[in-house]
Design a binder for this molecule. Structure first.
Ligand SMILES: [Zn+2]
Length: 93
């Protein structure tokens, strides 16, 4: 039997702006709002697309994982709580 554990954790904070087109917003302006084929604005647009893909993948992961997800319940006896045990679980992204 194949068994595996996944632990999903994504936390990145990005603040990006084109110096030549500081008002360009890929979310609002889209690909059509890029002026003069600016490579930096294209990069911002690609970054936005990657973020959307990541969000979609995250939702898909949660949707598929939900039937298998184990919610850790608080134990009544503090003695039996084992945190930071020796077993490493899953793959963190
Ligand atoms: Zn630009």
């Amino acid at each position: 039997m194949f068994q595996f554990n996944y632990k999903l954790k994504v936390s990145e904070r990005v603040k990006a702006k084109c110096n030549r087109h500081p008002r360009y917003n890929p979310e609002r302006d889209g690909r059509g709002g890029i002026k003069g084929g600016c490579s930096t604005c294209f990069s911002l647009f690609d970054l936005h697309q990657a973020r959307l893909s990541l969000d979609a993948a995250h939702r898909e992961f949660l949707r598929r994982a939900s039937p298998w997800t184990r919610v850790p319940r608080p134990r009544t006896k503090l003695q039996s709580v084992k945190q930071n045990g020796p077993q490493m679980q899953g793959t963190s992204l």
